[in-house]
Design a protein around this ligand. Structure first.
Ligand code: CP
Ligand code: NVA
Length: 310
């Protein structure tokens, strides 16, 4: 079993392929138990603090419900109501919260903020999304793909759209598991150079390929899974109008998916904007697994919390 006790999850760089496989297997067991109504109380008396500087439906509810199911507690801490919102430093907040609770999950803007929190906290810190990464999402994405394909070997995942936090974590996740990953994005909206370089380095060790292309057809060619995310992420609202134009030819629609394998899976981290990044015909169509994927957030995060805290 992987030894993740006491560790942070700031990005998937923190996990080895073996750690990831361990979490997926553990999530599958927890999911089956949950579906059979079996109670697993491995985190009795443990408290997770959840700091949110951005909106959330899935991350908030899946972490909170997951903690409660494991016998623990979760505190929703809106940054607007914390003293952080009035200028208390992240460092002071981290040192204080470390006295009260057992782990912190944070959703914030700059990735440097979560690094600062982790530096000052004496308890594990979990990334619930930053401007650069969304590792818990990528774990749920891997679980969903694994449930359908029963393997990672020989697969190709295509991500079409903005080279954002979700794309970054997906790319690293694929690289770690030896899955070919192809990103189709407009020029100027590629994943950040240092993330692509890291993913390529890992991929060279696992036998996978990482491809960045401006051509969405090339990206999805022969893909086993097609992934879409919003064109305008949280914090980029003022660019929304421009982005609608920039990404117009990157919509996942009936025409584009023709180039993937016929049994391709459609994935989306949600929330989605129908008829923008994806048509209703695809996200509500027979190849879409987006709600299973959303549900898997809870199962994989329970596995993570158990590994870090139990
Ligand atoms: N996918 C995801 O993280 O959703 P929320 O923003 O609702 O948490
Ligand atoms: N890229 C999106 C993901 C939301 C879950 C954002 O950062 O807003």
């Amino acid at each position: 079993s992987a030894n993740l006790k006491g560790k942070d999850l700031l990005t998937l760089k923190d996990l080895t392929p073996e750690d990831i496989m361990f979490l997926l297997e553990s999530a599958i067991i927890l999911k089956e138990k949950h579906e059979n109504g079996e109670i697993v109380k491995t985190l009795e008396g443990k408290t997770l603090g959840m700091i949110f500087e951005k909106s959330s439906t899935r991350t908030r509810v899946s972490f909170e419900a997951g903690m409660l199911q494991l016998g623990g507690n979760a505190l929703f801490l809106s940054s607007q109501d914390l003293q952080i919102g009035r200028g208390e430093t992240i460092g002071d907040t981290a040192q204080v919260l470390s006295q009260f609770i057992d782990a912190i999950m944070i959703r914030t803007f700059e990735h440097s903020k979560i690094e600062e929190l982790a530096e000052y906290a004496s308890i594990p810190v979990i990334n619930g999304l930053t401007d650069d990464y969304h590792p818990c999402q990528a774990l749920a994405d891997l679980l969903t793909i694994y449930e359908h394909k029963q393997t990672f070997s020989g697969l190709k995942v295509a991500y079409v759209g903005d080279g954002n936090n979700v794309a970054h974590s997906l790319m690293i996740a694929c690289a770690k598991m030896g899955v070919d990953c192809s990103i189709g994005c407009p020029s100027g909206y590629e994943p950040k150079e240092f993330v692509t370089e890291y993913a390529k380095k890992v991929a060279s060790e696992t036998g996978a390929t990482i491809t960045i292309t401006e051509n969405p057809v090339k990206a999805v060619q022969n893909a086993d899974a097609i992934y879409a995310d919003v064109w305008t992420s949280m914090g980029q609202e003022e660019e929304a109008k421009k982005r609608l134009e920039v990404f117009a030819s990157y919509q996942v629609n009936d025409e584009l998916v023709q180039h993937a394998k016929s049994d391709y899976l459609f994935l989306h981290c949600l929330p989605a904007h129908r008829e923008e990044e994806v048509t209703a015909s695809i996200i509500d169509g027979p190849n879409s697994v987006v709600f299973q994927q959303a549900g898997n957030r809870m199962h994989v995060q329970k596995a993570l919390l158990q590994a870090i805290l139990a």
